[in-house]
Design a protein around this ligand. Structure first.
Ligand code: AMP
Length: 192
């Protein structure tokens, strides 16, 4: 059982994933979290990813596919949420191929729709609120780059998953509780 939480940076994917992890026993796989851990641990991957992440660019597809493939193979048969992966068509195709070989597939893609103005406003609010909890890539310039890349490279995955009949789009501008309610409704059958 594999779900993708999909949407632009700051749409609330991480927050919603954590709720699903706590209430539905999903395992939350965030490629951003994995990369941040690697940066923190100063592994070769972390050393490579650090400057890429700070500039808002994407780590290369081959590296990301390698990381996620290894994780999925070690978690066969578990309920998984993918957060922040796939981000390019190449990653989506590679993921599909990997899952096919494992006799699995993407069950649902949950798309949180939020427009750019709202994402920029949310960041402003974070910056004005508490500087302490800000990530090093949470700057106006980096967000602009991340949004540009989202529209160019990641948004084209929407028709890809629409074609496969697994895409569910929700208004991510609604309150966090409303969005959570919609997601819980969609996934009711998987609640433990
Ligand atoms: P996130 O926490 O998902 O917003 O990711 C933070 C940063 O990690 C992104 O801006 C990228 O630089 C990198 N990253 C995370 N996931 C991926 C991915 N699937 N492909 C390429 N880069 C990624």
């Amino acid at each position: 059982m594999i779900i993708i939480l999909f949407g632009p940076p700051g749409a609330g994917k991480g927050t919603q994933s954590k709720c699903l992890q706590d209430n539905f026993d999903f395992i939350h796989l965030s490629t951003g979290d994995m990369l941040r851990q690697a940066v923190h641990d100063k592994t070769p991957l972390g050393q490579k990813a650090d400057s890429i992440m700070k500039s808002g660019q994407l780590v290369d597809d081959e590296t990301m596919l390698g990381i996620i493939k290894e994780k999925l193979q070690s978690l066969q048969g578990k309920k998984i949420i993918l957060d922040g992966f796939p981000r390019t068509l190449k990653q989506a195709e590679g993921l599909e191929k990997t899952l096919l070989a494992m006799g699995q597939k993407i069950d649902k893609v949950i798309h949180l729709k939020v427009n750019d103005d709202e994402l920029l406003a949310r960041q402003n609010y974070r910056i004005e609120g508490s500087k302490e909890s800000l990530r090093s890539d949470d700057t106006p310039d980096t967000l602009k780059k991340r949004l540009e890349i989202y529209h160019a490279d990641t948004a084209p995955l929407l028709p890809f998953y629409q074609d496969r009949g697994v895409l569910y789009s929700f208004d991510g501008m609604a309150t966090m509780e409303d969005v959570r309610g919609k997601i819980y409704e969609l996934l009711a059958e998987y609640r433990t």
